[in-house]
Design a protein around this ligand. Sequence first.
Ligand code: ADP
Ligand code: MG
Length: 265
Amino acid sequence: MQLELARLDGQAPGAATAPQDSPLAIRGLTVSYGEKPAVFSVDATFRPGSMTAIIGPNGAGKSTLLKSALGIVTPLSGQVTSWGRPLNSQRHRIAYVPQRASVDWDFPTRVLDVVLMGLYRDLGLLGRVRTRHLEKAMSCLSRVGMEGFADRQIGQLSGGQQQRVFLARALAQGADLYLLDEPLAGVDAATEKAIIAVLKELRASGCTVIAVHHDLATVTDYFDHVFLINTTAIAAGPVAEAFTAANLHRAYGGRLAQTPVGTVA
Ligand code: ADP
Ligand code: MG
């Protein structure tokens, strides 16, 4: 059991990240919506400056893990710290991009306003939008290739365009930790490339990126760490060590039929 826990710590042997250095450290997290837990007794320590894919089958608790880590869903038990402090005190350093399917796209909002929401700390509750805010929002839109859409209604955009706008809002926050729930689900190939390029830029600038990811074929290209979950934590660590056929089998069981296990280490 000790060996197992050490392996689930998410780090290469001899290079463990101490919880106080980790942008997100989770201990004993259990979440239940009903009788059966959606997430059970999960430990995870994410390494600063890493880009981690959270992987697991549908209903494995991936979204719940992110939401409960952020306090959007209340866990039954567990501790979550950010850089060794209570998460609440570090919220300003954390940006979250929810699963696109969970957002009400009929809400009548301009693209520019969505991105300006990312500047809420700077704007204050009733703050006036000033030129510098507009410039910042436009520069974030242009980082995701959406500067030409500032005046459009968010509901009128394609799925990929909406996802880019939500990434722009996260960028506007200027966070150090980015949590994204399936940012590539249902997006076109160009958007996928654009989003991954931005996430890699964030990592290169020292930020930490944690993304729920559904496409096993691109894990090795896009991410440096993985966290496999199926209600309980299955495996975690650098891609080369933890993204193995054996661990995928443990996470997905028989449901792995149409995934490219052959390309996995
Ligand atoms: P994933 O993101 O890995 O697909 P989720 O975290 O969304 O999984 O869901 C984990 C489990 O919790 C599933 O069985 C799902 O049906 C259940 N669940 C998720 N959200 C709710 C909710 N708001 N109310 C009740 N059950 C939920
Ligand atoms: Mg989900």
